[in-house]
Design a protein around this ligand. Structure first.
Ligand code: AMP
Ligand code: FE
Ligand code: FE
Ligand code: ZN
Length: 283
């Protein structure tokens, strides 16, 4: 069984539609794929409808979390799986973050305009195509103007990585863990050692999150060098957290291929027997 539990579609900052994502997963030989768009479940329905025979879809999302217990505060991503998409308090938090993302994009456009870069708000909305707005959509506008060549160049400090970076509203990470659990889902800390984001998630915080009911942690991820993967595995063993491996596929917005990292079938079995918010779907 090949299982990839982290992939993005055009419902956020991936470049494959949810339906196309199912086809790519099929072609990659994945038995199980999770759709985990940023702060939304908008891709669930179209992905479900496009599920090829014999392939399984895990419906999830990647929540924009933040830990307020340090100065500066620490942004982190929490994967949530198999939660009830109708859970009011959780959906309200997701909607709040999506609105804040739109407002942040508008402000970044204004900053770029002030420096004579003529990107527009309607253009960014068009790239987002109704999905969750993210910095990769601003990166598209910079690429279109020939200011940078790739999405990853657009994340350099002189662009969206620092100079034109603004905060968005996030979900207090302890609240996020609690809401996912209340909605019958399970939560997994995404790429905790991805230092390209300017920081790593401290082990002490991971221990507190485990205590608060977080279910697992991503060890195999392209942003984790081998030593970090080993560190995450050892920490997970100490804390009783399950370990996942996933691609974090974003279509052509990132170089990683779907299925580049995978999750142990035993961990997947435990996930689906724990979650109660919704079920995996098999085509
Ligand atoms: P946002 O969630 O809008 O703050 O944007 C963060 C998203 O940008 C991440 O989820 C990735 O999809 C993407 N991203 C972040 N850093 C990079 C990078 N160095 N190269 C390409 N994409 C990146
Ligand atoms: Fe992303
Ligand atoms: Fe992430
Ligand atoms: Zn992701």
């Amino acid at each position: 069984m090949r299982i990839d539990l982290h992939a993005h579609s055009t419902a956020s900052d991936g470049t494959d539609s949810p339906g196309a994502l199912m086809e790519v997963a099929d072609a990659a030989g994945l038995d199980v794929v999770a759709i985990t768009d940023h702060d939304t479940t908008a891709g669930w329905e179209a992905a479900s409808a496009a599920l090829p025979p014999g392939r399984t879809l895990v419906r999830g999302a990647e929540l924009s979390g933040r830990w307020y217990g340090a100065e500066p505060t620490v942004g982190l991503h929490l994967l949530a799986y198999l939660f009830d998409p109708g859970h009011g308090p959780l959906t309200a938090e997701l909607a709040r973050v999506r609105r804040s993302r739109e407002q942040r994009a508008d402000k970044i456009v204004a900053l770029l305009n002030a420096d004579g870069i003529d990107v527009t708000v309607p253009e960014i909305r068009e790239y987002a195509a109704g999905g969750t707005v993210g910095r990769p959509h601003l990166a598209q506008a910079l690429i279109r103007r020939g200011l940078v060549a790739t999405v990853s160049e657009a994340f350099a400090p002189e662009w969206l990585g620092h100079r034109y970076r603004l905060p968005k509203a996030d979900i207090d990470v302890f609240t996020a863990v609690r809401l996912v659990n209340e909605a019958g889902g399970v939560s997994v800390l995404a790429h905790p050692r991805a230092s390209s984001r300017g920081h790593i998630v401290p082990d002490t915080l991971i221990a507190e999150l485990a205590e608060a009911g977080m279910w697992g942690i991503e060890a195999d991820h392209m942003d984790h060098p081998p030593a970090d993967r080993a560190h995450v595995r050892a920490l997970a063993r100490d804390l009783g957290l399950r370990v996942t491996g996933s691609s974090d596929y974003h279509g052509v917005n990132k170089t990683v291929r779907l299925g580049a990292s995978t999750t142990d079938p035993l961990v997947y079995q435990e996930m689906i027997s724990t979650a109660t918010g919704t079920v995996p779907l098999t085509g």
